[in-house]
Design a protein around this ligand. Sequence first.
Ligand SMILES: Nc1ncnc2c1ncn2[C@@H]1O[C@H](COP(=O)(O)OP(=O)(O)OP(=O)(O)O)[C@@H](O)[C@H]1O
Length: 241
Amino acid sequence: MDNEPTQLAAILRTEEVTKIYRSGSVAVHALRGVDFALYPHEIVVLLGESGSGKSTLLNILGGLDRPSSGRIHFRDRDLTSLDDDALTEFRRAHVGFVFQFYNLVPSLTARENVALVTEIADDPMRPEDALDQVGLSGRLDHFPSEMSGGEQQRVSIARAIAKRPQILLCDEPTGALDSKTGVTVLHALVEANRNHGTAIALITHNVGIRRIADRVIHMADGRITHEDRNATRLSPSEVSW
Ligand SMILES: Nc1ncnc2c1ncn2[C@@H]1O[C@H](COP(=O)(O)OP(=O)(O)OP(=O)(O)O)[C@@H](O)[C@H]1O
């Protein structure tokens, strides 16, 4: 399935977003004016050298951080003007996050880790169903220490999709995994995109992964330098890195 995102209204959009981190007299310009849009149903891969601003942009898109200047819109809503409680509510209702190091609670089983999220969501999946969707129905009562890295990452994806978010933001989701295991993780993300139309923005250092995307955004020195559009998306099992 390939989409024509430009014909749809953006689900998330930044306008001239900058981010300056200050510590003492040192100022780091992490973002220098970024205009980015994420469209419903699409998969976007963000590529760029270390320090180019990818994680900063992703965190700002997901309401984990605020820009120094510029605006962010979620559909027609200006997120920049929200107070902290309203921003947290936006995140909770609409955004799933997947990070490189799974962030699972070690003392909870796979099912309980997912339930942590579903218990506070409006219209969640059952944890069992979310885990089934990532191929882990046989691991419901396993603790993180009893699972492989790829399985733990799939639990974190189940946790992210269980609240049926419209947006999934993934920061190096395969960064800690070998490529075969990474493929199973990417499959779980692509399935969420196919089954629920979840828009996905995914940071990676593995350029091979760009082929699973509709669009590839290249960043350097706090800016988007250019964008490529893939004519067709490849299945994760067709890419290698
Ligand atoms: N909390 C922070 N305080 C100060 N500087 C920061 C902070 N977070 C990021 N930076 C700086 O902002 C710049 C952009 O960082 P960012 O993590 O967004 O880059 P990145 O492209 O995601 O890098 P990587 O691929 O290594 O994860 C870097 O120079 C980084 O050192």
